[in-house]
Design a protein around this ligand. Structure first.
Ligand code: SAH
Length: 297
C-alpha cells in the first residue's frame, strides 16, 4: 500500500456501522405511524414537484471545495427522500429545507451533512438523523393545540431538552412561534450559540441548564421535546405542559416480553387529563442530570 493510499481521505466519513452506543441516536426509523391530524400537502408543497437534483454526498462532491456547495439543492433532495419515507407535514418539510444542516457539523464530515445519519458533535453526543428530527417535529405539529394550515403550526412556546449542536432547535424555530432549548453541557451550549448566530432566529433562546428540571420560567409550553432519553418522564415536564400541549420524549418502556427498551412516548395534556401513547423503539443518548462545564470535545 502506498503512502497516499494510507492517508485518510478528506472529508473524512463517519462510519454508521460504529457501535450504537457511540452513535447515540437512531440507526433505523420504522415507517411512521401517524398521530393526530396532519395537514394535506398542496401541489406546490409536494416535494415531488421539486426539480430532481444530485443525491447527498454525490452532490457535495460535485463542488470543487465541498464548502461552496449548492446546499439548497442538496436539501431539496434530502426532503424528497424524507417525504418518500412518509414525512408529510408541509411546515416540517419546509423547515428541513430551510435549515442548513452542514452549518451544524464539523467541516471534516460535511460531505455527510445531508445523508440520513447521526453524526458526532463532540462531548460524546450526536446530531440526530434528519428523519428522526422530522418525525418528532411532525408529531409535535400534530398536537391537539397545533394549527394544521400554517407555516408555523406550533403557537406558543416550545421547550427542547438537549440543544446539542442546535440543529433541531433551528428546525423548531421555523415551525413554532417561540422556542426555548436547554443544554446541560456548557461546551455544546456555546457551540450551538455560535452555530445559530448566522441564522438570526429571533424566536429561539438557548439556555445552559439541567433540562431534567424543565425550564419553568418559559412555561407553560405548547410542546416539549426531548432529544435525550431517561428511565421515566420527569414529572416537571408534564407540569410545565399547557392544556392542549404535547410532550414527546424517548423513554424506557417494558414490552410484552418484559424487556426494557427505549421508545418514543407521546403525552397529550387535555382539559380532561393526560393521554399517553408509546410509539416505535428508538435509541437516543441518555438524559443526565446536572450541568457539565468541563469534559473533552
Ligand atoms: N437536538 C440535538 C441532539 C443532541 S443529542 C441536535 O440537533 O443536535 C442530545 C443532547 O441532550 C446532548 O447534547 C446532551 O448533552 C443533552 N442532554 C442530556 N441530558 C440533558 C439534560 N438533563 N438537560 C439538557 N440537555 C441534556
Amino acid at each position: 500500500m502506498s503512502q497516499a493510499d494510507r492517508r485518510p481521505r478528506f472529508p473524512a466519513r463517519w462510519d454508521t456501522a460504529e457501535p450504537a452506543r457511540s452513535l447515540g441516536h437512531l440507526r433505523s426509523v420504522p415507517a411512521p405511524s401517524r398521530v393526530g391530524p396532519l395537514a394535506k400537502l398542496t401541489p406546490t408543497d409536494r416535494p415531488s414537484a421539486l426539480a430532481p437534483v444530485p443525491q447527498g454526498a454525490a452532490a457535495l462532491a460535485a463542488t470543487s471545495s465541498g464548502v461552496g456547495l449548492d446546499s439548497s439543492a442538496v436539501r431539496t433532495a434530502m426532503v424528497q427522500r424524507l417525504a418518500a419515507q412518509g414525512l408529510q407535514h408541509p411546515a416540517v418539510l419546509r423547515a428541513l429545507h430551510q435549515v442548513p444542516r452542514h452549518c451544524f457539523i464539523d467541516t471534516a464530515l460535511i460531505a455527510q451533512a445531508y445523508e440520513d445519519t447521526a453524526l458526532p458533535i463532540g462531548w460524546e453526543q450526536t446530531i440526530s438523523k434528519p428523519s428522526i428530527v422530522g418525525r418528532m417535529v411532525e408529531l409535535l405539529c400534530g398536537a391537539p393545540g397545533a394549527r394544521a394550515d400554517t407555516a408555523r403550526p406550533l403557537v406558543g412556546r416550545v421547550l427542547e431538552i438537549g440543544t446539542g449542536c442546535g440543529y433541531q432547535a433551528a428546525v423548531l424555530a421555523q415551525v413554532a412561534t417561540e422556542v426555548y432549548s436547554i443544554e446541560r453541557v456548557r461546551g455544546l451550549h456555546e457551540r450551538a450559540r455560535a452555530n445559530v448566530r448566522a441564522l438570526q432566529l429571533a424566536n429561539l433562546q438557548l439556555i445552559l441548564g439541567d433540562g431534567m428540571q424543565g425550564y419553568a420560567s418559559g412555561g407553560p409550553y405548547a410542546a416539549i421535546i426531548s432529544a435525550a432519553g431517561g428511565a421515566e418522564l420527569p414529572v416537571v415536564w408534564i407540569d410545565q405542559l399547557a392544556i392542549g400541549g404535547r410532550l414527546i420524549a424517548p423513554t424506557e418502556v417494558t414490552d410484552a416480553h418484559g424487556r426494557v427498551q427505549q421508545a418514543l412516548v407521546v403525552v397529550d395534556r387535555t382539559a380532561h387529563g393526560l393521554q399517553r401513547r408509546v410509539l416505535e423503539a428508538v435509541q437516543f443518548v441518555p438524559l443526565k442530570s446536572g450541568i457539565e462545564s468541563h469534559g473533552r470535545l
